[in-house]
Ligand binder design. Structure first.
Ligand SMILES: Cc1ncc(COP(=O)(O)O)c(C=O)c1O
Length: 300
């Protein structure tokens, strides 16, 4: 498949308050964010012209920066508007959006207190992470990398540096013929995939790891709320890998992955079933509602 490089496309990118032509959105190689991973980002999806849970994403971006010790020079409302502007400028209603904030070029050492904080937002067409076949379920290999202790890495921040082991895990899994990797944490408990959270159906209930050392995804929280609406009990707890064989169904949640059934984890096989199907349909319906309808639907 011919790749379409991300620096050579038509369109507009929002950068520090302005929309600029896509190919002109260039960064100097001596940017702090590139050398020291002082960068945080978001992944969002627009459906029918609305960015799903836009305000939550903008607020998480700001908080991700604060965790890394920097203040993004735009408020949540301005970031929301930037996302909407970039969608409109690219004439898109269905899109993946990528806001990114990073430290600039003023200093290039571990200490970077004087660096300017930049913000950009781009959007592009990105159908589901796992493609059209995802209804059959994806296959996950077990990663040899472990999600670190929250005092070892800023695990609550959607920080670029946290993705280093994600890319290595995903490459390892792909080389072994899997679609993605399931990562354990430093204690040996199940944590998440490389860019999505995980759920298991066990005895008619949903079980999912407590997000104490990985991202508590916006999709994860949404799916928990949808499960409650369906009177499906959700248990957030420590899950050890040997317990996965008790599960009859498993699925991933994330902005890019949406709700994706899982049919294999290592040696274990699962059959996407009624709980997965119900929540997948509920999620697909929800993302197509207006923000006010989403709020009303999820209200207790
Ligand atoms: C590592 C990781 N975990 C979980 C998620 C799911 O988060 P969300 O549902 O907010 O997209 C993502 C995607 O953003 C991710 O990259």
């Amino acid at each position: 498949m011919a790749l379409m490089p991300f620096d050579d496309r038509d369109g507009m990118i929002w950068w520090n308050g302005q929309l600029i032509p896509w190919r002109e959105a260039k960064l100097h190689v001596l940017s702090h964010g590139l050398h020291y991973a002082s960068a945080v980002f978001e992944g969002e999806r627009a459906y029918g012209g609305h960015v799903f849970k836009l305000r939550e994403h903008s607020e998480r971006l700001i908080e991700s920066g604060r965790i890394l010790g920097f203040e993004i020079p735009y408020g949540a409302e301005e970031i929301d508007r930037a996302c909407e502007e970039v969608l409109a400028a690219n004439h898109m209603t269905e899109a993946y959006l990528r806001p990114l904030a990073w430290r600039g070029t003023e200093q290039l050492s571990v200490s970077a207190q004087q660096t300017r904080i930049h913000l950009m937002v781009a959007c592009w067409a990105w159908p589901n992470l796992f493609g059209a076949d995802r209804m059959k379920g994806v296959r996950l290999g077990m990663s040899s990398w472990k999600r670190p202790h929250p005092e070892t890495s800023p695990t609550r921040s959607k920080a670029a540096g946290n993705y280093m082991i994600g890319t290595m895990s995903k490459h390892e899994a792909e080389a072994a013929g899997f679609n993605d990797a399931l990562m354990l944490d430093w204690r040996g408990q199940v944590s998440e995939a490389t860019g999505a959270n995980i759920f298991f159906a066990i005895d008619g209930e949903l079980h999912t790891p407590t997000p104490d050392c990985f991202l508590d995804g916006i999709t994860r929280r949404t799916v928990i709320a949808l499960a409650h609406k369906r009177q499906i009990k959700v248990v957030e707890r420590a899950i050890f890998p040997e317990e996965m064989k008790r599960a009859t169904e498993a699925f991933l949640t994330g902005t890019a992955a949406e709700l994706t059934p899982v049919r294999q984890i290592g040696e274990l096989h699962f059959t996407p079933g009624p709980i997965t199907e119900t929540l997948l349909n509920d999620y697909e319906a929800l993302v197509r509602m207006s923000p006010a309808e989403v709020e009303a639907k999820l209200a207790a």
